[in-house]
Design a protein around this ligand. Structure first.
Ligand SMILES: NC(=O)c1ccc[n+]([C@@H]2O[C@H](COP(=O)([O-])OP(=O)(O)OC[C@H]3O[C@@H](n4cnc5c(N)ncnc54)[C@H](OP(=O)(O)O)[C@@H]3O)[C@@H](O)[C@H]2O)c1
Length: 427
């Protein structure tokens, strides 16, 4: 056993950083009694030295030069809670080069630079832990890396973005239009003033890439992950889903098909019988299917200072114990795995089409589906003043074949507008 005191250098004292310090303070003696280790935050780096930092005790050294924290010989372990790609990447790299374990919550950094940083951590034989980077307070990464290490995992479906889940839940429960639900999410602090990363699906795509690395050892980065968001989902789509016994959810999908992986993010209609469909508000949940374990679901807070700090602290304790035992655990080799292209994937689809309300239109639209060999499960027509909205649920079809039909539909003179197209998943 090595040192009994582990000195922590913290980069960032914002929502998560300040919650981490507060949580560590309350848990310090319990951690000591369980591990024999005293964890102390000795150095903190921030941007703005003039802000109130009353959560820090007087002995903590505060600086706006994060490099000084990393290079300081009195810092044993680095916790990166600044966010963003740069300078976080350079700082994490420098800490690992200095053989200091790093704990980070930074999904952007890992989804773009994960392979390089994991390799560096392996070379330096130190931990690079990142539980909080995916689904905040839900201990998904540890479950994948430890509990399910021997499991032939087949599929991981996650609601990993709380902002979009909140918006979709409000649209469903209160029949709110998208713009109103987004505004409410912003007022409650769930959505940023620029919500693009969340509503476009990009944030969930970063998490999908990290899940693919951990669960399948796949060398996947954010650039490899196709993503669709929820910006085009209308109240009418949500109302239809509800009538059909489904909920619309933004899903991060990571699935193995023989030697290929599907890593994608898209909104999908999920039947109410699927456990993920009942995950509401800003909660996150991850549903895992494996050949041995069958299925399991993890549910909890995907964001927020304290839930995220809980995940960070768990990692810090792991890394501190490893450091004192002069050991570490790397993620293993990441290998290139062929990724299934979205347009080759088969799914049933919900397709809505706004048409002029006149005789023969339904037959014309249906004939386009037939021409592309797409069979229809159900059809619904809603009349509007001189216009009608036709809604189709198709049987399973490849995305590229559906796209061919949609492009032909959009050229029909009776079609006013193509509406939303959403995958429909089975329970
Ligand atoms: N918030 C959540 O619910 C949540 C959930 C899961 C994961 N995460 C991840 O956790 C990380 C931190 O998020 P957060 O919400 O805590 O962010 P935040 O509230 O914006 O805090 C960022 C902190 O980093 C400091 N900082 C930024 N750039 C810096 C620089 N160049 N040099 C020194 N300090 C710098 C800021 O300093 P000032 O205080 O001086 O501005 C601030 O203290 C991000 O990677 C985020 O994706 C957050």
């Amino acid at each position: 056993m090595g040192k009994s005191q582990i000195r922590i250098g913290l980069l960032g004292f914002g929502t998560v950083g300040s919650a981490f310090v507060e949580l560590l303070e309350t848990q310090k003696s319990s951690i000591f009694s369980k591990t024999g280790l005293e964890l102390v935050v000795t150095h903190v780096a921030v941007n703005d030295l003039t802000k109130d930092r009353s959560g820090l005790n007087a002995q903590t050294l505060l600086t706006n030069k994060p490099n000084e924290v990393i290079e300081n010989t009195e810092v044993d372990l680095v916790v990166e809670l600044m966010g963003g790609l740069l300078p976080a990447k350079d700082l994490v790299e420098a800490a690992l080069e200095n053989s200091k374990p790093v704990i980070t919550a930074n999904k952007e950094l890992l989804s773009k630079e994960g392979r390089h940083l994991f390799t560096l951590a392996g070379v330096r034989k130190v931990d690079l832990l990142f539980e909080a980077a995916v689904a905040g307070g839900i201990p998904l990464i540890r479950v994948l890396r430890e509990s399910l290490l021997g499991e032939p995992v087949e599929k991981i479906m996650g609601i990993v973005n709380g902002t979009t889940n909140y918006i979709l839940s409000q649209m469903e429960e209160k029949s709110m239009p998208y713009s109103e639900a987004l505004l409410e999410a912003q007022n409650l602090g769930y959505a940023e003033s620029d919500p693009t990363a969340d509503v476009s699906g990009q944030d969930a795509a970063s998490k999908a890439a990290i899940i693919a690395m951990v669960a399948f050892g796949a060398d996947v980065s954010l650039d490899d992950v196709p993503f669709e968001g929820i910006e085009n989902i209308s109240s009418a789509d949500v109302a239809f889903a509800k009538r059909a016994g489904c909920a619309i959810k933004l899903l991060a999908m990571v699935s193995k098909y023989e030697n290929e992986l599907e890593v994608q993010v898209y909104p999908a209609m999920l039947p109410n019988s699927h456990p993920l469909s009942s995950v509401r508000d800003s909660f996150n949940a991850v549903f895992v299917e494996g050949a041995a374990v069958d299925s399991l679901m993890l549910f909890g807070r995907g964001a927020g200072g304290m839930p995220t700090a809980s995940a960070v602290l768990g990692d810090v304790i792991d890394a501190a114990v490893n450091l004192s035992n002069r050991t570490y655990r790397d993620i293993g080799d990441l290998t290139e795995v062929p990724l299934i292209q979205g347009d080759e994937q088969k799914s049933a689809y919900y397709v809505s089409v706004q048409v002029i309300d006149e005789p023969g239109v339904l037959a014309t639209v249906a004939s386009v589906f037939a021409k592309h060999d797409i069979s229809i499960q159900t059809m619904e027509q809603e009349g509007m003043d001189r216009e009608a909205r036709l809604v189709f649920i198709t049987h399973e079809v490849e995305e590229n074949r559906l796209e061919g039909a949609l492009s032909e539909l959009s050229n029909l003179s009776c079609v006013e507008k193509l509406g939303t197209v959403i995958r429909v998943l089975e329970a």
